[in-house]
Design a protein around this ligand. Sequence first.
Ligand code: ZN
Length: 269
Amino acid sequence: MPFLIAILVLVILALSARWTWWRPRVPGLKVLCYHKIGVPPPGSRLKELWVSPARFRAQVKYLLDHGYTTILFSDLKKAHAGKKPLPEKAVLITFDDGYENNYSLAWPILRELGAKGNIFVVYNTIGKANLWHNPASEPWVKMATLPQLLEMQDSGVIEYGSHTMNHVHLPALKLEDAAWEMAESKRQLEAAFGRELCAFAYPYGEGAYVPAVREKALEAGYLFDFSFRQGKTPWPWDRAAGPIDRLFIRGGDNNWDLALQLGRGASRL
Ligand SMILES: [Zn+2]
């Protein structure tokens, strides 16, 4: 009997290490961060950045079934300006980079279920591939073309933010070059989409917490800047306090992970 109890305790400890249900609930803005929807290609070492269409559909359905309203950057902007408060259970679905699978696999699911999403686009790789990856460790995959991005925008389901011109490591650049990556991508994307862009995400999350780099992001004219740090940011947002953190959805996450992320800001240690 003591043996069985010991086994039981070990199982509970193992489960509590994997799913952090014991964390306290934290308030704040919920921003989900996705990259690629689909099945990882052979040789991919970044498999956790791929979420299968079935899992993605189940996650969006979970949100809607549990009373969440998926919002666009423009909704966040109105709320920040005090024009229209956020729905009580608001959540932003964001995708980094602008992959073609966002168009072919994610957008149809969002449209079908009646949800909204936001994509951070790398201007110089539109219609090309994720050229910033070393193909030896992460095979190149297609990025969405401009007509595809415009079609998603016209559907009212998707809005865009910038993710620089070339997916650079911002703090590794000369400050003036980092500033150009952020300002020029805003100009180019606004010309391409015919709309003002209010949101920016730092590639690799780098620079989000480097004051000189962040200052350049805000100087470029972005209202919102998004980091790659796990967590929730208090809302209403104090822009001077730092960028908006996100809830990183990994390929292996199930709906319990999603629920823990939404409530507690993390589902893993
Ligand atoms: Zn990225």
